[in-house]
Design a protein around this ligand. Structure first.
Ligand SMILES: C[S@@+](CC[C@H](N)C(=O)[O-])C[C@H]1O[C@@H](n2cnc3c(N)ncnc32)[C@H](O)[C@@H]1O
Length: 321
């Protein structure tokens, strides 16, 4: 059985018998006026962060969500789009599609504004999306891509890039790991399917996105996720897994390389009212400016009177590339 088949099997079981501890997120359940998340959707929250952000959801975007789980995030996306077929959910596991369909019916009863037809469910794989080219404004996946091995991950990201409109956004949450993982862990299909042994370092994850052509990357959150310890897993050392929330925007690739925002800020504190680097960045004295890592490195060479902060791993918009 391939690791993809093992993954399908695991999520078939997770659809038939909801498993509250399968994935665990420290994210609080969304509280918005008029939004009630049915208990069963909370029990089937198999994600590791949030991909839903109001700032991505202006102008009635067409949303694609790959790997539907119990449907919780699709309901949250539908809260913003509120139109027939506004959210398309794709999953490869029939039982998961069926479970989420049932959950949307429950959500209809608990949310007067919601109609099940706001979500259109399709069977298909992240590796070969049943979606037209350049038809999507916001594409999302939560805790699925980390399961994929390197070549499949590239394929899945390429598929998302294909279906997004120009300037469309791919929003994701996934576990990442900065430590090396041994081959026993890497090749354990069940641990991989459980989102425990497939994760890669943030730099590699970002490279897969920029190699696919995404010109802007935003790392929006970074949190502690799990520890694999020798007394529970086949490892000689403790392995710390984190989770990130990340957006990849289908902007054209800048000539000098992608803009990757990791939450760095530049503050000019020299003697002039402002500093102009003549490359489009004006730093007003003692005012923080969010900058991408590329610009942070360039500004550090322009003047000694600029403070560049460490990455906060919490970028929430604004600033300069
Ligand atoms: C870890 S769960 C995450 C579910 C959901 N995103 C959430 O946050 O609760 C992974 C989901 O991806 C689905 N899945 C697994 N392999 C897939 C594939 N190749 N293509 C599309 N969906 C897949 C599973 O059925 C399951 O719904």
């Amino acid at each position: 059985m391939s690791y993809l088949e093992a993954t399908n099997d695991l999520y078939k079981q997770a659809a038939l018998t909801p498993d509250v501890g399968l994935c665990c997120t420290t994210n609080p359940v969304w509280q918005l006026p008029g939004l009630t998340i049915p208990t069963i959707m909370q029990e089937m929250n198999y994600g590791c962060g949030s991909t839903v952000s109001a700032s991505d959801l202006v102008n009635n975007p067409k949303v694609l969500y790959v790997g539907v789980g119990g449907g919780m995030e699709l309901l949250q996306f539908a809260y913003f789009s509120r139109q027939k077929g506004g959210v398309i959910g794709v999953d490869v596991v029939d039982e998961m599609l069926e479970a989420s369909r049932r959950n949307f019916k429950i959500a209809e009863k608990e949310n007067p504004w919601f109609n099940s037809n706001f979500v259109s469910l399709k069977k298909g794989s992240a590796l070969d999306l049943p979606i037209e080219n350049e038809s999507i404004d916001v594409a999302a996946q939560n805790c699925l891509f980390n399961i994929f091995k390197a070549e499949d991950l590239k394929k899945a990201v390429k598929e998302m890039y294909r279906v997004l409109k120009p300037h469309g956004r791919l929003v994701m949450s996934d576990p990442v790991c900065e430590q090396p993982m041994n081959e026993v862990l890497r090749n354990d299909d069940r641990l991989r399917a459980l989102c425990l042994s497939g994760s890669i370092p943030i730099k590699e994850y970002v490279k897969v996105l920029t190699d696919a052509g995404f010109g802007t990357i935003e790392i929006r959150a970074r949190k502690s996720y799990r520890v694999l310890s020798p007394n529970h897993y086949p490892t000689d050392e403790l392995i710390h897994i984190e989770s990130i929330e990340i957006a990849a925007i289908k902007d054209p690739m800048p000539e000098d390389g992608p803009c990757v925002f990791t939450g760095k800020t530049a503050i000019y504190y020299g003697g002039e009212p402002y500093l102009d680097d003549k490359k489009g960045h004006i730093l007003v004295q003692n005012q923080p400016l969010a900058v991408c890592d590329k610009t942070a490195a360039a500004l550090a060479k322009v003047s000694e009177d600029i403070h560049i902060s460490e990455s906060s791993w919490h970028y929430d918009g604004g600033g300069c590339c």
